[in-house]
Design a protein around this ligand. Structure first.
Ligand code: ADP
Length: 264
């Protein structure tokens, strides 16, 4: 028998429903997100993967009318409790978006530390150390170390995405959410993002939405398959488990059809 994973839960999701106005986008999702693991979220378009990942750091709240029911915890604390500050949640649960979004008027260096400007004042040497460490963790340091003063947007798309990963890391999050971080990138850039993710999980917990089945199979430890049973129904977490099992021997037929490319 396989050994059970003893990595502790860093986040738990319990009976989550999500709505946009009166439209129910997700129904009754429960999931455990384990520390120092990569959890991949897969499934056909429109079944609620982005909606779900945004619930993990309250990012959906920037959409008017969006709301959740149920419970999401981070280190055992309910992130939706009335006394919890959503800005603090987003610091602890960082997010990298599909389209790289470096600040256009800032240098590579300033992009990395952009989020730190709001916090306590730091010495230049401390900032230098953060810039180098996070760019290394994002597998970008060697490519940019001699041009840190150049504009962030002078980089290629793939480099910009790794810059955005470094910017997220500078805030020292516990969990990093990535919503299709490589979908706009070429295979070489995608490979670099995947290398960075594998490096990151040594220290962080990663949750990624991806349409790339090979990517989910290559990098993740756990996979959640989201699915809509019938048109007009909310998305559901159809199956969740160890990636190896989801890709080789899933319990449900729809999961198997999807991971083998029979629909999608
Ligand atoms: P996926 O990431 O799996 O493609 P989404 O989470 O983007 O799915 O979308 C799930 C459902 O919620 C879809 O029906 C989509 O149209 C709807 N939806 C997503 N974002 C919004 C929004 N801002 N306002 C209204 N409906 C939305």
């Amino acid at each position: 028998m396989r050994r059970r994973d003893d990595a502790p839960a860093v986040m738990t999701v319990e009976n989550l429903n999500m709505y946009y106005g009166s439209f129910m986008a997700l129904k009754d999702v429960s999931m455990i997100i384990r520390k120092n693991r990569i959890t991949a979220l897969i499934g056909p378009s429109g079944c609620g993967k982005s909606t779900f990942i945004r619930s993990l750091n309250r990012m959906h709240e920037i959409v008017p009318g969006a709301r959740v029911e149920g419970r999401v915890t981070l280190d055992g604390e309910d992130i939706y409790a009335p006394e919890v500050d959503p800005v603090r949640v987003r610091r602890r649960v960082g997010m990298v978006f599909q389209k790289p979004n470096p600040f256009p008027t800032m240098s590579i260096y300033d992009n990395v530390i952009a989020g730190l400007k709001l916090g306590r004042k730091r010495k230049k040497s401390e900032l230098d150390e953060i810039v180098e460490r996070t760019l290394r963790q994002a597998a970008l340091w060697d490519e940019v170390k001699n041009k840190l003063g150049e504009s962030g947007t002078s980089l290629s798309g793939g480099q910009q995405q790794r810059l955005c990963i470094a910017r997220t890391l500078a805030l020292e999050p516990e969990v990093i959410l990535m919503d299709e971080p490589a979908s706009a990138l070429d295979p070489v850039s995608t490979q670099k993002i995947e290398d960075a993710m594998l490096e990151l999980k040594e220290q962080y917990t990663v949750v990624i939405v991806t349409h790339n089945m090979q990517q989910a199979a290559r990098v993740s430890d756990y996979t959640g398959f989201f699915f809509i049973e019938d048109m007009g129904q909310p998305g559901q977490l159809w199956e969740f488990g160890e990636t190896e099992k989801i890709f080789s021997n899933p319990d449900r037929k729809e999961t198997e059809d999807y991971v083998t490319g029979r629909f999608g």
